[in-house]
Design a protein around this ligand. Structure first.
Ligand SMILES: Cc1cc2nc3c(=O)[nH]c(=O)nc-3n(C[C@H](O)[C@H](O)[C@H](O)COP(=O)(O)O)c2cc1C
Length: 268
């Protein structure tokens, strides 16, 4: 029997990147293996995906420490497109901010969480821009809106969910609850999913009541809460700059510890 010969166009060069066949081949392999878009295509819709209005674009391709690839696994692809064997399985955390405000403290806290994720952990943040108010008639007539489908897909792919919640009137903000309510429709993506809650507020209690208010929801959805760590960022006005970036180093350290603890709980 003739044995197949695999020819990789390793040394076939046209004028140079990005026209180089070698690079195109590596990009193709990387895409096939990770099932994701390569760094080059960040922000652009991939095949079969639609560009969504608002801020619901989850950037699945972004990760820490140079690895691409969403969910944990033993095989990965490095930035050069080379197939590598990961030393440790990756843990992917999806963080959701419950505020739509541009300079939101909570969205700022979520961004800081992305920055402090430890080795072996990818933490991707998103907001709920583009998710409409839940309307049962709309759902019956048209099913789930595209933004909700994208949100659900992101939850499904994550090993754990980090809720970054503001506190409104001592409870969960309607915008945030609305997003979770939509995502609870149709196939269950929450059951058994590790979840943790953090939050920031300008007051002295740092969303303690808002965080507690999530507990019955988490229980109803059958999620697995991580209750060992707590992070309530109070007096947020002193800890974030005018654009909502976290500036306080001790809070950043507490956040680093929290993310590491939660990731260890959520990881494979
Ligand atoms: C309707 C409403 C209710 C609020 N209720 C509370 C509250 O109960 N406790 C609190 O600490 N802050 C409360 N705040 C203040 C929010 O914590 C503050 O607006 C915060 O900046 C919101 O989070 P963000 O910066 O991520 O948007 C409330 C704000 C609004 C708009």
């Amino acid at each position: 029997m003739t044995r197949p010969v695999f020819v990789t166009p390793r040394n076939i060069w046209l004028p140079g990147p990005p026209f180089c066949l070698n690079h195109a081949f590596r990009r193709w392999i990387r895409k096939k293996i990770s099932g994701q878009r390569s760094m080059r295509y960040q922000g652009r819709p991939g095949r079969g995906e639609k560009r969504l209005k608002g801020g619901i674009g989850v950037d699945y391709t972004r990760s820490v420490r140079g690895f691409e690839g969403g969910r944990g696994g033993w095989l990965g692809v490095d930035r050069r497109g080379l197939l590598i064997r990961r030393l440790l399985p990756m843990t992917h955390i999806l963080a959701v901010s419950g505020s739509l405000r541009k300079a939101s403290f909570n969205t700022g806290l979520m961004r800081a969480a992305e920055q402090v994720a430890p080795d072996g952990v990818t933490l991707t943040g998103m907001t709920l821009h583009g998710i409409p108010l839940y309307d049962g008639d709309e759902e019956a007539a048209h099913g789930l809106p595209e933004a909700v489908k994208a949100f659900k897909e992101a939850i499904k792919r994550a090993d754990g969910l980090l809720l970054v919640t503001p506190e409104y009137n001592n409870g969960v903000p309607g915008v945030f609850k609305n997003g979770i309510d939509w995502a609870s429709r149709g196939p269950n993506v929450f059951g058994g999913k590790p979840v943790a809650v953090i939050g920031a507020s300008p007051g002295g209690f740092g969303t303690i009541l808002g965080q507690n208010h999530w507990l019955p929801v988490i229980r109803t959805l059958g999620m697995r809460p991580w209750l060992e760590g707590r992070l309530m960022v109070s007096r947020a006005g002193d800890q974030f700059d005018a654009e909502g970036n976290l500036t306080d180093e001790s809070t950043r350290e507490r956040l680093r510890e929290f993310v590491a603890g939660f990731a260890a709980f959520a990881g494979p």
